[in-house]
Design a protein around this ligand. Structure first.
Ligand code: NAD
Length: 445
């Protein structure tokens, strides 16, 4: 049988890399995913996703079955492809600045592999990196190890990713824009051609700019969204001081202004996940290193850091003390439809409650395995929301999963010991609780 070569290789099979590979394959673009984690690659071979994302399982299974997606730990496989996407992690160092060690080692491995390849090859930096990384860090490593030159026999672009966990597949298939930070015409036109093949008639706008601008677009995008979250949480905190004011109505009204828009205006426990906090910290650090202190983003982070404490205050005002109190935590993931607990407000709340003597039973439809890895037997885990509520002195709603949204006030009444609910997502109707003599307190009312 004639072997078909993959056109695209993707280094780093995490949220971004795997979703990119699976969506490319779903549109007939053969992709090879490379990771240093053998277990992850074995799972991909079995057509099983190592992360939870709606629709990813189905796309992955089909792609693997049709031999459109293949995983490997062997970096030399990239020499059989035309373009290599770099999607490794860019975590924070302890001071908040960006840790480029995965980018550096992956770039070195790519360069060494390309040394053995004939012909032009394009490398696309999709990971979130601070301005100057593509040209200042990736480029010299690639050029040195591959003995190639950008613009001659090596292409290099920055092409940040804007997908969000929980809607990653939808976002990858229907992005609002594609941003390409271009160094050389050939790699840019190769990348545009690939995206034309991918999106066919429904191509999103493609914005070409310098690599440094493209890198900054990603940070600006996330900083704006995070600031919007901290903004509405600030308004919620003020609303609580004013009798008769509900932040939901304020958000609804200001969201009608097209200059503001209705999204990301939901008061709650604050943003979490792998990106907003990490990217804001990287941007703040980058600004400071270059002689500018971005105070606005410091404030965005400060407001966000304070939100879990506000949940604790609400629970404390209901319970008096936490010692030996049983608290049900409803939802662990940082948002619904993901199993990701990185920077989740739930974990910060659990830490503070257990430090003060509370006994926790937590429910989440997806994130219990990840939480068990982090918290082990410091808390108890429930298989249903009802089991978590059983005998609880207080319930704290943390993640807006549909299963939890469906709970009625009478469900709480049927299982709990005391009538106290802190609704950090504002999803329950407080009037329904009032009828049962339950106190349900949310943000911003
Ligand atoms: P992740 O931690 O889920 O996955 C990274 C993967 O890279 C891991 O599987 C790891 O084993 C692998 N890896 C590390 N070094 C490697 C190497 N040398 N060779 C091959 N594989 C290697 O990360 P993620 O969440 O997918 O994020 C990747 C990048 O994309 C980050 O810069 C992140 O900021 C950015 N981003 C993430 C999201 C998101 O929602 N997660 C959205 C947009 C952008």
């Amino acid at each position: 049988m004639k072997t078909r070569t993959a056109r695209v290789s993707i280094i780093g099979m995490g949220y971004v890399g795997l979703c990119t590979a699976a969506t490319f394959a779903s549109r007939g673009i053969r992709s090879t995913g490379i990771d240093i984690d053998q277990e992850r690659i074995d799972q991909i071979h079995r057509g099983k996703t190592p992360i939870h994302e709606p629709d990813l399982d189905r796309l992955l299974k089909t792609a693997v079955k049709k031999k459109l997606l293949d995983g490997s730990t062997d970096i030399s496989r990239i020499t059989k492809t035309d373009l290599t996407f770099l999607t490794v992690g860019t975590p924070s160092r302890s001071d908040g600045s960006i840790d480029l060690s995965f980018i550096k080692s992956a770039s070195e491995n790519i360069g060494k592999a390309l040394y053995e390849k004939q012909g032009f090859h394009t490398v696309v930096v999709k990971s979130t990196v601070v301005p100057g990384t593509t040209n200042g860090t990736v480029r010299p490593i690639l050029e040195k190890t591959s003995e190639r030159s950008v613009g001659v026999n090596l292409g290099l672009c920055a092409n940040p990713e804007f997908l969000a966990e929980g809607t990653a597949i939808h976002d990858a298939l229907h992005p609002d824009k594609i941003v390409i930070g271009s160094n050389d015409k050939k790699s840019t036109s190769q990348l545009i051609k690939l995206y034309r093949q991918f999106y066919r008639t429904k191509q999103p706008p493609i914005l070409e700019m310098s690599p440094e601008s493209a890198e900054l677009v990603k940070y600006a995008n996330n900083a704006f969204l995070a600031t919007k979250v901290s903004f509405i949480n600030t308004i919620a905190n003020i609303s609580e001081k004013i009798p008769g004011v509900d932040v939901g109505r304020i958000a609804e009204a200001i969201g009608k202004d097209i200059r503001i828009g209705p999204l990301f205006l939901k008061a709650g426990p604050g943003y979490g996940g792998s990106c907003f906090h990490k990217d804001l910290q990287a941007l703040i650090n980058y600004g400071k290193e270059h002689g500018y202190n971005p105070q606005l983003f410091q404030a965005t982070e400060q407001v966000n850091n304070d939100q879990p404490g506000r949940i604790i205050e609400k629970a404390e005002s209901l319970l008096g003390t936490f010692t030996d109190k049983r608290i049900a935590i409803l939802g662990l993931a940082f948002k619904k439809d993901t199993d990701d607990i990185r920077e989740a407000a739930s974990i910060k709340v659990i830490d503070r409650l257990t430090d003060r003597g509370a006994k926790i039973t937590a429910y989440d439809p997806m994130a219990i395995p990840a939480t068990k890895k982090l918290l082990a037997d410091r808390i108890e885990y429930a298989e249903t929301p009802q089991t978590a509520l059983k005998g609880a002195d207080c319930a704290i709603m943390m993640t807006e999963w549909e299963q939890l949204r469906k709970l009625k006030a009478k469900d709480f009444q049927a299982y709990m010991k005391s009538p106290f609910v802190v609704d950090a997502r504002r999803i329950y109707d407080p009037d329904e609780f009032k009828d049962l003599n339950y106190i349900a307190t949310g943000f911003g009312k």
